[in-house]
Design a protein. Sequence first.
Length: 557
Amino acid sequence: MTTQPTCPACRAEIPSGSAFCPACGTPSPTVITNERATATAVPAAGLAGVPTAQRMARALGSKYEVRRLVGRGGFAEVYELWDKDLDRRLACKVLHPEIAWTPGMLARFRQEAKALARLQHASILPIHFTGDGEGLVYYVMPFVEGESLADTLRRRGTYGTEAALAVAEPVLQALAHAHAQGLVHRDIKPDNVMLEAKTGRALLVDFGIAKLLDPGSGEGSAKTATGFTVGTVQYMSPEQALGQPTIDGRSDLYAFGAMLYQMVTGTPPYDGASSAEIVGKHLADPVPVASEVNAKIPRWLSSVIVKCLAKQPEDRYQSADEVLAALEAGRASGSTGLVGARTLERQVRRSGEMRSRTARLGWWAAGALAVLVGGGMARRAGYLGSGVAFVHNGLVEPVEILRDGVPLDTVGPDGTQRLWLSRGRDTGFGWRLLRPGNPPLGEPMEGPLGPFTRIRGRRVAQVAAEVGRQTYFAPLITNTSASDITVEVNPGTAAAARCGCLVPRGAVRTHIGYYRLYRNSAVAAYNSAHPYTGPHVDREGFAARVTPPNGAVVLEF
């Protein structure tokens, strides 16, 4: 039998061959089917209708407490566990029961998990242990407070060069470590990169899970014999999309290039209305050039992405270390970089052909250049002169910076961006909230930028959840109820606004936009099966708990 994929956002079934959910339009992991599996699935008799959490609690035993559902994806649900013996939080990923697990697949799952346990790297989220029981197959890993790169991209939009590299380089280092041991990830994508909340550290998750789910990926196996290839077509290398029986680390580098392209441009390199259309573009369309989509990224970074996305593996970088070296060389040769006095000193010493008098003049020139460079760097850093200022976005959503109504740049949540002021003029600047969702959720917010004040020597303008005399707040909704909910803000007042969204059960701190805040503001949550008529619960009296300057408040239903 074949696996019926489901949408990670709304859990609706996705028709075979579709790259998007027909219910909500969310791109989803796609299962490309070659043939029907010939083996018989492991039976789960008598378990129909039993909640997954209850089945998992029985499978894990009394040592672990199943606390809550924290997320769901195209092939698994993630639950928070409590390890009673060691007093620690863990995460358990339970693969969807509808996957047709065969005895051979279970044996391979355990075998591959042993290989994955060898991975010991700071940027790889390890698997503690795997198991099966009660009709479920699962694996347990550390619990990470944070969000996926995919969620971050949806909130903040594109990354700047340095911010993108701060995420990309740890991922490459993790790939270099795994590839050296002969292990291939097979499903590099933004959903499989976690960003730790406190440190911002990038962690690569689900290493090798695509292979565990692919019964035809073992050594010497034939793809035509059985099964399917699991992956996400927006990031899948041509050789993986074609179902070639042997792929190596260069396939991961292709997917990495597609992910990095999305980070700096906002969209994957290839997209379409169906998985077949997207795969066709991977195979035949020219490689897109990121710097032609986003002129703010340097050409050298665009060139690195182009080489990662080469159609043939032999035309790509041959290892993750080669990509890291190319990024480092590109950063060092950036066209906006200034030559430091120490660099000039080394060049003078290496020449060995200057006479003593010329050498002395060179030292004077180096000293003068050091002063110029230091002054230039200070100006660029915003400590000297009036041509540079900064804007800090204190909101939990990205904002767009405007000059005389024309968009200039995007600043992510809690991010800071440099502004170049024409003749020192800091007027005419404004900002506009980039609302989450499609169509956008919440109420629009925009206002003038300023005033610019000195903070640690820099001139900085702050963006906060206040426009004029009106304060706004961002409710972050955690749904612990037994059903999906819809939300209404300030119900029963002239400012009442329905979010036009659905918050699935188990969702944690879901963003639904910004809304006007009053002393008596309230938020009502309704059972989505009976919107505005069935049982509901109100949350009020939270105005004093709204956090300045971002306006965030966590509400649990």
